[in-house]
Design a protein around this ligand. Structure first.
Ligand SMILES: C[S@@+](CC[C@H](N)C(=O)[O-])C[C@H]1O[C@@H](n2cnc3c(N)ncnc32)[C@H](O)[C@@H]1O
Length: 361
């Protein structure tokens, strides 16, 4: 039931976003009573759990606020200089829901969740360093491999520049020290290889069912709307990542993951490590696309050679057997080496992250 999905999403916000949590709890109650939220969400009643309709609802309201078209609500939103008053938030949201019902309905039913989170570049950076070192060891090469990075579900492609970011950790800078985009990745421990090496990304490309063009104001607003509005640091990080993307554009093609991968992986490429990467995408992918994606990857893995290696690197939530809850894990598979590792765990937005290598079965 939709109200339960809203409550699930509110628990996901937890202590990180009291504003979004309050909004979703009140909206769930309104949904259960058949209030205005039910009209805004009409047609989404049968949405799958993984598609997180609550976040589309919160994102649509945030979008109106960012556009300056919901002044009653804007006073609660730190991303536009407001300060949340959780006691009056829902009353003010109701005003906007009534004023913009049709438009909000179009927004929530025509979009998917597009949390394109540049913080995930930090585990990606360490994962790429690890993959290229291990592939070189396997091939008996002294130098690491240059990398071809293929991102499935890239959204606006904000994670296609992991080597162009300055990662500041305990007084040491990894990545690109001269980058206009600096971040503290909040690392406990370090990747299993030295992350101080120069990472060479010779080709980068992405695909998405619904690519976002971050060179446009519409694209920037769209991605910004999915940042929880009381997380100003994350909001600012996204703006910096968009600026960097405009300086260093990388194409994101409109395609389903498997059809695009089949094309990209048609022939093994020599003297390059091909890395297929996805983060927080799997839950949105249809069962048919999942099965097809697995088959295409298995086929490419069977054709990989020590001099044309292939890696799968993912950052996705997995339910742990011990705690029975979800945690975000960075996982690496490498072919033909047959290496399969869990490199560490972190939170949904990639920062903070704990490096801790173990076999991945
Ligand atoms: C939550 S966003 C994550 C974006 C990005 N990977 C990140 O970590 O910042 C999920 C993305 O997966 C895309 N997606 C879902 N199913 C897909 C499929 N079958 N093929 C390609 N992209 C897909 C959605 O369009 C959406 O942009």
């Amino acid at each position: 039931m939709l109200a339960e999905l809203f409550l699930d999403a509110s628990r996901g916000c937890g202590v990180h976003s009291p504003l979004t949590r309050t909004l979703l709890v009140a909206a769930a109650d309104d949904l259960a009573r058949g209030g205005i939220t039910a009209r805004v969400m009409a047609g989404a009643e049968c949405d799958r759990h993984g598609t997180v309709p609550g976040l589309r609802f919160a994102g649509a309201l945030h979008r109106l606020v960012l556009e300056g078209r919901a002044p009653t609500l804007a006073k609660h939103y730190p991303t536009v200089g407001g300060k949340p008053d959780l006691d009056t938030l829902w009353d003010d949201a109701l005003t906007v829901l009534h004023e913009h019902t049709d438009e909000l309905h179009v927004l929530v039913t025509s979009t998917v969740v597009q949390t394109n989170e540049p913080g995930r570049s930090a585990p990606l950076f360490g994962g790429l360093q690890t993959a290229t070192h291990l592939a070189a060891d396997e091939a008996g090469r002294r130098a690491t491999f240059p990398i071809r990075l293929l991102e499935v579900g890239a959204s606006g492609g904000l994670n296609l520049r992991p080597h162009r970011i300055a990662y500041r950790v305990d007084g040491v800078t990894y990545g690109d020290p001269g980058s206009p985009f600096a971040l503290d990745p909040g690392w406990t421990g370090r990747p299993p290889v030295d992350p101080g090496h120069n990472l060479r990304l010779v080709r980068r490309a992405g695909c998405d069912l619904n690519p976002v063009d971050v060179s446009t104001e519409d694209g920037r607003l769209h991605l910004s709307s999915f940042v929880w509005a009381d997380q100003v640091d994350r909001f600012d990080r996204l703006q910096t990542a968009v600026e960097l993307a405009r300086l260093d554009p990388v194409p994101v093609r409109r395609a389903t993951g498997p059809e695009w991968l089949a094309e990209q992986l048609a022939r093994p490429e020599r003297d390059v490590l091909t890395v297929v990467w996805h983060s927080v995408v799997w839950q949105y992918v249809s069962p048919a696309d999942r099965a097809m994606g697995r088959a295409i990857l298995a086929d490419a893995a069977a054709r990989a050679t020590p001099m044309a290696p292939l890696a799968l690197l993912v950052y996705e939530p997995r339910r742990t057997h011990t705690a029975g809850r979800y945690e975000f894990q960075l996982l690496l598979k490498l072919w033909p080496a047959g290496i399969s590792l869990r490199l560490g765990t972190g939170v949904g937005h990639g920062i903070p992250f704990t490096w801790d290598t173990a076999p991945w079965n």
